[in-house]
Design a protein around this ligand. Sequence first.
Ligand SMILES: Nc1ncnc2c1ncn2[C@@H]1O[C@H](COP(=O)(O)OP(=O)(O)OP(=O)(O)O)[C@@H](O)[C@H]1O
Length: 645
Amino acid sequence: MSEGLPPGHGPSEFPAADDLRTTEVDLGGLVGVLATHLYSTPLVAVRELVQNAHDSHTRRTLEDPTTPYHAAIRVRGDAARRTIAIEDTGAGLTEPEIHAYLATVGTGYTRMLRDLTGDQDLIGAFGLGFLSAFSIAHEVTVTTTSHREPHRTHQYRSRGGEQYSVRPVDPRPHPGTVVELHLKPEHAHLADEHALREVLLRYCVLLPIPVHVGDDDQPVNDVPVPWRQDVPGSLHLTRMRFAASFSRTFEPLTAFPVTPTEDRTDAVGLLWVQDGGTYGSTDNRDLAVYLRGMLLAEDARDLLPSWAGFIGGVIESSRLTPTASREDLQRDEHYRALQQALTDAIVDGLYETARLQPAAWRRILARHGQELLGAALCDERLFTLLADDVPVPTSQGDLTAGALRAAGHGAVHVALGSGGGFEEMLYRAMQVPIARGDRYAVLPFLRRYAQLRDARIVELGSESGNRELFRAPEHPLAADEQAWLAAALAEDGEQLLPARFDPPGLPLVLVPDREAELKARIEDDQADARIPSAALRLARAFTARTDGTVRARLYLNLAAPAVQDLLAAYRTGHTGAATAAGLLRSLKVIMAAAAGSPTGDLTAALDGIGTAVAALTAALPDGLSAVPDTLPADDPHQGHQGDRA
Ligand SMILES: Nc1ncnc2c1ncn2[C@@H]1O[C@H](COP(=O)(O)OP(=O)(O)OP(=O)(O)O)[C@@H](O)[C@H]1O
């Protein structure tokens, strides 16, 4: 290290060369750490060994490009013997190479070869991967024949990796290597060939050399890769087939390509929209990243935009830098450039789908409508694409914003409350669909839609929205009328507001004050236990500004004939005025209970109806007022007599 420091420029106390000591390495400890802690799953060992087998083929072709040979990799599992064997017909190793590369931690031939030849198909870099074999095996043997000495075969054998032996064995018929792992008992299940097939499909899907499991003739990696030029047949079908064979959990609805952008990224690959019941908060992003054909990061979801919870994909790039465990990627400028490129690829892909595959587009909208609402808000181009197509949840089922607007006579209606409530009841009466503003992304999406399409938006539950719905009356009521109506119709905490609104058949509507509701909830003692104290303090500071005395506003519809008649009765001193008011009050309480914002006393309200009916019927002229106690003997309804008794 001292040569790196120019004389006189190093720290003055830096020791002279003779004082320098070599750092000791506790090989046993290091081997243990590398083998057991570097990788997140034991399966990575299988990946590392297949990768070495692949590199040995590349090495053989580089060193001897003219002699043809059958390049293949075969992985066998033997559950009875508890072994896995990885065989290749690649370059093999001579005895000195076993010592120098295989058995020397941190040195490999592969990296040197890549530096020498510039060949980008070589995967190995760190000289560590082989060690991972000891994370799942208590003993490893490597039987290898170098293509340079095809008549000499050597066997490396080690328990634990710290010490090893090498001896000559009977020559094998052709160059290549067999790595045999004697699995630790806890990893015995890895010898199952079914499981190996599944894992190797993902690990090796992009490797050009065929990888077989057991005695299979068919390689696990024989699915045509759509972005490799020589794929025959329809590109769309090839893409769908690739996506379907790769995607474990979801059927693909459509698939679109990732293509390199000269200035930004070299990544190529495929993305697809997953089928499946996904909801707003569900993140099913699934991206596998390959480097030189080998799986580098199984779950690189962070490369996809956070709104794309329905996207799966496979990409390869040689600009990304793996970590030493080769399970994750360095977050460098190439990583960030790729993130942007993938976002663009998804948006482009969705545009193409909308344009060219209407049936697939409809399925995507139906399956992922909620998520797309949110996605549209994150990306301007996506918003333009989706604004008129994406379904919005409303009180009348899913509707596009355009349909919502048309049904709302030019205005987009959205409820701020948490579903149900008086809003829904009122709108049902008005027969206007109301968007569910409490659902994921609905309110901001509609606000943006209204702004862009120059539509009127009525936000029900906000002060301005309510003002728009409940218009001021043409003539204010006289003070005594207002006082009489308030006493007759409103409970404590309800403010009576004369108004005009649709439909005229609806005489009154009780609108809870959402802020007062919040204040009551926040000030509830129990809130202390549920909300973190800092958040509670903030929330209370906000609600302190709310005058909680008005719990709800009772809008009285002066356009309703029932209300006009009630007022006329009051003005003329009609004896039925109080009874009629009692009926309306009962109606209010019953409607509020049905809308989920109870007020007053429901039992009393129900009784009130009986009282009112009795009072009204008692007021009828003699002869019509009484229902006969018994029916005449020849009455055809005689059978009901018993019911009445
Ligand atoms: N199946 C094989 N055939 C021929 N040589 C092999 C084989 N497996 C390993 N080697 C040799 O052993 C060396 C060390 O392998 P190891 O897996 O530890 O590291 P690496 O592949 O070079 O790098 P990395 O840690 O990135 O995988 C390789 O560079 C290669 O020279």
